[in-house]
Design a protein. Structure first.
Length: 469
């Protein structure tokens, strides 16, 4: 078991020694600093899971310089905002304690321990060493309660990082669990952890859920709420606190052993269309508003227009002006609808992975579905000779695209969906250009020359078509 980490920033050597020994006695590993600059540098760059910050409010920027409240407050604010789920104890002088307490009021709470949530921020006077010891020990007890939860992995599973373990225990803690059995669902290209979790209390199994660690909390009232329940995996809850600023989305399981639509496309393209159809219809049915904006704004959720121009320039493609007007229908969209994010359970398609959910063109999701099938590293067409750049150049966006290929039916199905959603030609080509160009920033895409050739062929075609639209 790893001891929790506390960062201590204190310029008075005597006080630093007292605080350090209190922290160590309670079982923390202490990372100690006597001025702001080195502490800031450490906090900004450390990969450690820091649970507790103990800060003096009056500090010098560098050792030996005069200490001021002003600089101390800057550090305090940086920690408060940058580590929104860590515990924070602030020492201040007798004259200012009231003022500081008031200004830090409402800084949030940490998970309930026997129904008693812990304030995240505590302000103490310099001589309140007894209170400090109490606070430190009480928080240590909470961390111990978390560590007491057993994590059960299957033999041979990849080792879990400190943050993984904390994430899984934090989840189990919320369920009042004694142990959690986990298996990794190996997320795609994000560094987010995704696990299937069986949550056990002493009396037995109480829930099986999917836990996904994300950077930002889920947006309640978004797209999943607007789609039929059968076609989405609801977020049961979002948990935060004590996970280095990360959040965990707890999701309903999409069946016992679902497989992805990606796996169906190559073998049974007609069935893939059949399976996807209800989801496409549901997405198409989400309310949207017709509006006119610039192609740069239309593509914003995919990529910034300047960045797109820069990426394409390297391949000799000139990007048309981002100021072109385009008519479209804007509404809530999935935002990353590649076939790997459509799971099939019991013959029913279920959407997952709403992390990129966005308010955008109705055509965004169908375009993503189309091009991702050609370029996504997990696509069965990745590593296939078809379609090569010349087939793309001569047939993309025409009824001839895919003709004679075993996946032809799939592409025809996606094209039908595109036709249903499309508001204008410009909309189509701008999104094709933006989606294709965006791929050129991913390392795993750039590693595969065949994929790069496809992307460049699509982008070149789209740039020309958009310019002459
Ligand atoms: N609700 C769920 N039910 C079952 N499996 C899921 C669920 N959510 C995700 N998975 C599995 O975990 C994988 C990664 O999840 P996903 O949300 O797509 O993460 P990423 O953002 O890394 O693509 C999926 O491809 C799927 O196999
Ligand atoms: Mg995914």
């Amino acid at each position: 078991m790893t001891d929790p980490i506390a960062v201590l920033v204190e310029d008075d050597p005597e006080q630093a020694e007292v605080s350090q020994s209190v922290l160590e006695a309670a079982g923390y590993v202490v990372q100690s600093f006597n001025s702001i600059a080195p502490a800031q540098n450490h906090i900004r760059t450390s990969e450690d899971l820091i649970d507790l910050f103990v800060l003096d409010r009056r500090l010098p920027v560098n050792a030996g310089e005069p200490a001021t409240d002003e600089f101390g407050d800057e550090l305090l604010n940086e920690v408060r905002l940058g580590h929104p789920d860590a515990r924070l104890i602030v020492f201040t002088g007798f004259a200012t304690i009231r003022h500081v307490q008031e200004s830090l009021q409402g800084s949030g709470q940490l998970p309930a321990q026997e129904g008693q949530p812990l304030d995240r921020v505590t302000v103490l006077e310099k001589d309140q060493s007894l209170e400090f010891k109490e606070q430190v020990e009480q928080f240590r007890k909470l961390l111990q309660d978390l560590d007491d939860i057993e994590i059960i992995t299957s033999p041979g599973a990849a080792p879990l990082s400190v943050l993984d373990k904390r994430t899984l225990r934090r989840l189990a803690f919320d369920y009042g669990a004694a142990s959690v059995s986990v298996s990794s669902l190996a997320g795609g290209m994000t560094d987010a952890g995704v696990w299937r979790c069986q949550i056990n209390r002493t009396e037995g199994l109480i829930a099986t859920v999917v836990a996904k660690r994300v950077r930002a909390p889920g947006s309640a009232g978004g797209l999943p709420e607007l789609l039929p329940r059968a076609n989405t995996t609801a977020i049961v809850r979002t948990i935060s606190g004590l996970m280095a600023g990360k959040h965990v989305n707890v999701l309903q399981l999409a069946g016992e052993s679902p497989y992805s639509l990606m796996d169906v496309i190559a073998e049974r393209p007609a069935q893939a269309v059949e399976l996807a159809k209800p989801v496409w219809d549901a997405l198409h049915g989400v309310a949207a508003q017709q509006t006119t904006l610039t192609v740069a704004a239309l593509s914003e959720s995919l990529i910034a227009w300047e960045r797109l121009s820069e990426l394409l320039r390297a391949y000799g493609i000139q990007t048309p002006a981002g100021s072109l007007s385009v008519t479209t229908h804007i509404g809530p969209r999935h935002g990353d609808l590649h076939p790997g994010n459509v799971l099939i359970d019991n013959g029913q398609a279920v959407l997952i992975d709403f992390d990129s959910e966005t308010f955008a063109a109705g055509l965004l999701d169908p375009i993503t579905m189309l091009i991702s099938t050609l370029v996504h590293p997990a696509s069965p067409l990745c590593g296939e000779a078809w379609p090569d750049a010349s087939h793309i150049t001569s047939t993309f966006a025409t009824p001839e695209f895919g003709q004679g290929h075993s996946c032809e039916v799939w592409f025809r199905g996606v094209q039908d969906w595109i036709n249903e959603c499309q508001t204008s030609q410009r909309e189509y080509w701008a999104l094709v250009l933006a989606y294709a160009g965006r791929q050129l920033q991913y390392g795993d895409v750039l590693k595969n020359q065949e994929i790069v050739d496809r992307i460049v062929a699509i982008a070149a075609l789209a740039a020309d078509a958009l310019r002459s639209s």
